[in-house]
Design a binder for this molecule. Structure first.
Ligand code: DON
Length: 302
């Protein structure tokens, strides 16, 4: 199969959908993104990379970072599953409603509340949660320039009343180990990392390689990698996870910067980016491109 040609076809088929989405502006620094930017990259388990469109342009990875915080927290051998669940929430990514009846234990590690708890754990384990994510992404992508955009991180912090509310609420149940301000600082700093489709496709390959990193070392056991992929499938795109599974048929993680990283276990990764989002906060163009690619090629887990 000519993978590059299939990427181009998926990209061309999805491009008209961009006009139906809206760029996120609840974090003001993200509002300036170009709604017509659009890229798609594929990395294979043996390290081949292909891309089309704006696949080498940096963007704000936002919640795609939550996949890496979870993997790094689990890689230390420390369980987080007594502090965060693994069921789909069926609510928006920034919702607080379930926290009260569920005693400060977030439904899953990919909604904001769950990611805050995982960041807290990683901060305790490493002393520098955002730094650990940056180092991992640099090592796996081979891009030493990959970094946090401090303007985006500051913009998130300045307008982060909802995240601050849910973090304090979680803390009131005793489910944070570090001060709220420190945890949120690391959370914003890893969400505000900029990277390209190329970088993220390479960085996610450990999940396609059943836990094995670029250097051949093992980050996660095969079973842990399976479990992260499973939670990505059921929770990685929030209250649209059912629709994403239906259309794309792959585990995936989205971010409000417009990126989606999807895993094809045993084969590779796909990363699509387009800043115009649907109402659930997932990129319309990225979902459409992944849908078109997996439908045409059969690169799906089903
Ligand atoms: O906390 C936030 O709202 C953002 N830093 C991340 C949200 C996000 O990316 C949701 N994804 N679609």
């Amino acid at each position: 199969m000519d993978l590059r040609r299939e990427l181009q076809r998926a990209h061309d088929a999805a491009r008209p959908t961009l006009a139906t989405g809206r760029v996120a502006d609840y974090i003001p620094a993200l509002g300036a993104a170009d709604p017509n930017a659009f890229g798609l990259a594929l990395a294979t388990v043996d390290g081949e990379v292909h891309g089309v469109g704006d696949w080498q342009t940096d963007f704000s990875i936002q919640s795609v970072s939550k996949l890496f915080t979870l993997a790094l927290a689990l890689a230390t051998g420390e369980a987080v599953w007594h502090r965060v669940g693994r069921e789909p929430s069926g609510t928006p990514f920034n919702s607080l409603v379930q926290l009260e009846t569920e005693h400060g234990i977030p439904r899953n590690p990919f909604i904001n509340a769950g990611a805050v708890v995982v960041t807290d754990r990683l901060l305790t384990l490493t002393g520098d949660a955002a730094g650990a994510v940056r180092e991992f992404l640099r090592a796996e992508s081979g891009n030493p320039r990959l970094d946090t955009d401090l303007v985006v991180a500051a913009s998130e912090a300045e307008h982060g009343h909802r995240n601050a509310a849910l973090a304090h609420f979680i803390a009131s149940y005793g489910n944070l180990e570090n001060p709220v301000e420190a945890v949120l600082g690391h959370y914003y700093a890893h969400c505000a990392i900029t990277a390209s489709c190329r970088d993220l496709a390479l960085a996610g390959l450990f999940l396609a390689r059943h836990g094995v990193r670029r250097n051949g070392g093992r980050l996660l056991s095969r079973s842990e990698a399976k479990r992260i992929n499973a939670v990505l499938l059921t929770c990685g795109t929030y209250d649209a996870a059912g629709e994403f599974a239906y259309r794309v048929g792959l585990p995936g993680k989205s971010g409000v910067g417009g990126g989606i990283l999807a895993v094809v276990p045993g084969r590779g990764t796909l990363c699509a980016w387009g800043p115009a989002l649907d109402r659930a906060g997932n990129s319309v163009g990225a979902v459409a491109a992944l849908d078109a690619f997996t439908t045409a090629t059969g690169w799906s887990i089903f």
